[in-house]
Design a protein around this ligand. Structure first.
Ligand SMILES: Nc1ncnc2c1ncn2[C@@H]1O[C@H](COP(=O)(O)OP(=O)(O)OP(=O)(O)O)[C@@H](O)[C@H]1O
Ligand SMILES: [Mg+2]
Length: 286
């Protein structure tokens, strides 16, 4: 939009030069010609501005439509299974042990659906700025230590080594501890999911200028070049993550919303083996 004024000025000057007031023309006529050229240039600049606004509006609308389509798809699949399971129980087709198994499956589907809806709701609240952050000084070393300890069992189950490397002096951020723990959890969970047995996942944190930088690095399958931005979109899942034990594709979108809500940035670091996700937070007292 800021480009509209220079465009108007440039068009005006170009128009004025092109008309180059003919020698026989009086001062009033020359002024009228210049005014006409100026008005035309302004109209052109406004048209450019409206076109840009219209494009931005269409992009937002397109993103909203894609989100609704993805959410409906993800709700429909477990709902279809639920309907079949409930029908089988209601019709008396499933009895005894089968009925118990179906009931357990129903419980699982309901839990997945309810997590999905909680996550979507949380994402929309953060993006709408409706979350009040409980900001305080957070010692990231402690938070990382706790999160790594909590994730050790699932890592070991997959034969993945999980560890942290932290500076002895500590790293303090101004942050909402619970929300940042959620980010760490999402990143570590992803790293464990995408790292084969014998691989390793390392979490690091360090102060950097007025910020702190945290990284979760794995030496797993990596993310295809070109997907660096898309992985942070809601419901984006790589092909390999569809179906099996993968989630809804909301973890990185929520992490980005939380980090940006703190005034930080989150990105995929290029050119490393495996995957490295980094994010920044404001340093405490910085
Ligand atoms: N460390 C990683 N290594 C390889 N691919 C990854 C990694 N982290 C994320 N991805 C890719 O990015 C996609 C999006 O990640 P995200 O965390 O948003 O969703 P998810 O893990 O599929 O589901 P959810 O987090 O909701 O349980 C994943 O499906 C996967 O394809
Ligand atoms: Mg995830």
């Amino acid at each position: 939009m800021k480009r509209a004024a220079p465009i108007a000025l440039a068009a005006f000057l170009a128009g004025a030069a092109a008309v180059a007031v003919p020698s026989g023309m009086g001062a009033v006529q020359a002024l009228l010609v210049l005014l006409a050229v100026g008005a035309a240039a302004l109209a052109a600049a406004l048209a450019v501005r409206f076109a840009m606004e219209e494009r931005a509006r269409r992009e937002v609308e397109e993103a909203r439509r894609a989100l609704v389509a993805a959410a409906s798809h993800d709700l429909r699949t477990p709902l279809a299974s639920l309907r079949l399971l409930v029908d089988a129980i209601e019709d008396g087709v499933a009895t005894g042990e089968t009925r118990d198994r179906y009931l357990a499956e129903i419980r699982t589907h309901v839990a997945v659906l309810s997590d999905l809806i909680d996550d979507l709701f949380e994402l929309s609240r953060i993006e709408a700025g409706e979350i009040t952050w409980s900001l305080r000084q957070v010692e990231l070393g402690e938070l990382i230590g706790e999160t790594v300890a909590a994730m050790r069992a699932p890592a070991e189950q997959r034969g993945v080594r999980l560890g942290a490397e932290l500076p002895a002096a500590g790293v303090r951020a101004e942050a909402d501890a619970e929300k940042i723990q959620r980010v760490l959890f999402n990143l570590i969970q992803n790293a464990i999911r995408h790292t084969p047995a014998d691989g390793s996942v390392t979490v690091r944190a360090r102060p950097r200028g007025g910020e702190v930088e945290v990284e979760v690095r794995d030496d797993g399958e990596g993310i295809p070049a070109g997907d660096g931005e898309r992985v942070f979109e809601a419901f984006y899942r790589g092909d390999a993550s569809r179906g099996e034990d993968g989630g809804a594709g909301l973890g990185l979108a929520i992490s980005r919303a939380i980090v940006e809500g703190h005034g930080g940035r989150i990105w995929l670091e290029d050119g490393m083996r495996g995957t490295t996700v980094r994010f920044t937070l404001p340093a405490a007292g910085g």
